[in-house]
Every structure is written in structure tokens, then in C-alpha cells.
Write a protein that binds this ligand. Structure first.
Ligand code: MF3
Ligand code: CO
Ligand code: CO
Length: 265
């Protein structure tokens, strides 16, 4: 697959889309509390995306039909709680004390995508949960800080997995980061494991996400009957963080930042 190189004008639009996606996460933070349902979080985000930002929630109706959801993904955001790795579908389920939840937002602004997710915690969480969340964020940041022209995606995947494994956590292999632009998921695939010196060699103007999913237990994945929800096979806790970025002349620029959540290069 051809990897598209974005122009300065394209990058300008992706910068806007990225910031808008990050601002949805800023907005929703205060609503992530004991007793709120993920449907309610979905509704608040959807209304903000559509009515305030005048952007489009990319997940809604995205992807191929499944038996249960013939129009693709049925909601506007992904909400993945505890042992859910990714693509959790908002429902009537209410958040409870000690939960860890990933909220994944993708908006389309003027035809360009911004894709970002963060972990949020509910009430008082166990120390082990916080450790997984912190290490997963470090995995994403380590990967992002390596991005520059001439670097191999295999180098980045290797470094991410090395950090996760050094804490005895495991890297999910079935899902990965992805090229992004006018298309939600495009080339290249950005694996969160790899071998040094292998895979795509980065060039200025490539845009993609880094979004490691890290498990406390084993890396195995199971997809629920709804066709979307990915859970850990061993029911262990999973965490994920995601940013959208571009390879610059000298390094990287993260698009999915806001005044409240800047990227520390
Ligand atoms: N935002 C997810 C990603 O990081 C994709 C969600 S696709 C959906 O790539 F259909 F599940 F919403
Ligand atoms: Co993504
Ligand atoms: Co995402």
C-alpha cells in the first residue's frame, strides 16, 4: 500500500482536526464519574462534536456490517472499560468506583481526521491499575519521541514493547496504529512491537497514530458477539493511549493536543 505524503496545506487541516478531537476529551473529563453510563458519555460527546464543534464523529456507522450492527459501529465514540482492550460500545452500563476507562474520539473536520484517546479513572483505583495506565502512556510517549525522518517503524515498535515488557506487561498484537488523513485508517500499519531496522522508513509528511494497547496479563484478544468489542482473553486489565502526528523535517509534531493536554516532546 502507498503511504500518502501530506502537503503543508493538508497538515494545517489535520492540526485543526487533531486539536478538536483532543478538546472533546478535555470536555468529557469532568463527566467521567461513578454512576454515569457510557451511553450518557456518548450522548454528551456526540452533541458537542455535532452541535458545538460542527464536526463529524467518525466512528458512527464506521466499518463493515456485523450481524448485530448492519450499519457498522453503532455509536459516536468508543468506551473501553477495564478488560475491554478497544472498540467498546457505549451502553447503559454505569461506571463504578475503581474502573479504568479509555475514551477514543475521532472527528472529521473539513474532510480530515483527528484520532486520540486517553485513560480516565473512576473514584479510587488500585495501585496496579494506575501503574498500567502510566506505563501505557509512557509506551506511547517513547514511541512518539522517536518519530523522525529515516527512523523505521520496527524501531518504534521494538522500543514500545521493550518498555511494556520491562514492567511485565504485554502488548496487544491484533490492533495497531495507522496512517490517517482524509481516510480514517490508511497505510502504514504502526505495530506496537517489532524488530529494529525493519518495516516502513519514515519520511517527512507521513501522518499516523501511535496507540499502544497494553495488558496486565497475557496478550490474547477475544472479540465479543457484537462483532466489535475486543476484550482480553484472560480477563486481565488493558489500557490504551493514542495520539495523531506528522513526521516533520527534524522530528515529529503531535496534532491531538489542546491547551489542557500538551505533548511534552
Ligand atoms: N478510533 C479507533 C482507532 O484508534 C477506531 C475506532 S473504529 C470504530 O483507530 F468503529 F470502532 F469506532
Ligand atoms: Co486510531
Ligand atoms: Co482512536
Amino acid at each position: 500500500m502507498q503511504i500518502s505524503i501530506k502537503s503543508e496545506a493538508d497538515i494545517k487541516k489535520m492540526r485543526v482536526a487533531g486539536r478538536l478531537a483532543a478538546e472533546v476529551l478535555d470536555m468529557i473529563e469532568e463527566h467521567v464519574v461513578v454512576g454515569v453510563s457510557t451511553n450518557e458519555l456518548n450522548r454528551i460527546c456526540h452533541d458537542y462534536i455535532v452541535n458545538v464543534q460542527k464536526t463529524i464523529p467518525a466512528p458512527l456507522n464506521y466499518g463493515s456490517a456485523t450481524e448485530m450492527y448492519p450499519n457498522g459501529f453503532p455509536k459516536s465514540i468508543c468506551t473501553s472499560i477495564n478488560n475491554v482492550i478497544c472498540h467498546g460500545i457505549p451502553s447503559d452500563k454505569k461506571l463504578k468506583n475503581g474502573d479504568a476507562i479509555n475514551i477514543d474520539i475521532t472527528v472529521i473536520k473539513d474532510g480530515w481526521h483527528g484520532d486520540t484517546s486517553r485513560m480516565f479513572t473512576v473514584g479510587k483505583i488500585p495501585g496496579r491499575t494506575q501503574k498500567l495506565i502510566d506505563v501505557t502512556k509512557e509506551c506511547m510517549e517513547i514511541g512518539i519521541r522517536m518519530v523522525a525522518p529515516g527512523v523505521y517503524l520496527g524501531d518504534i515498535g521494538f522500543a514500545i514493547a521493550k518498555h511494556a515488557n520491562s514492567h511485565n506487561f504485554s502488548v496487544v498484537r491484533e490492533f495497531c496504529g495507522h496512517g490517517i488523513g482524509q481516510v480514517f485508517h490508511e497505510a502504514p500499519q504502526v505495530l506496537h512491537y517489532g524488530r529494529k531496522g525493519t518495516g516502513v522508513k519514515l519520511k517527512e509528511g507521513m501522518t499516523f497514530t501511535i496507540e499502544p494497547m497494553i495488558n496486565i496479563g497475557k496478550p490474547g484478544v477475544k472479540i465479543l458477539k457484537d462483532g466489535w468489542t475486543a476484550v482480553t482473553k484472560d480477563k486481565s486489565l488493558s489500557a490504551q493511549w493514542e495520539h495523531t502526528m506528522v513526521v516533520t523535517k527534524t522530528g515529529v509534531e503531535v496534532f491531538t493536543v489542546s491547551d489542557k493536554y500538551k505533548f511534552d516532546y
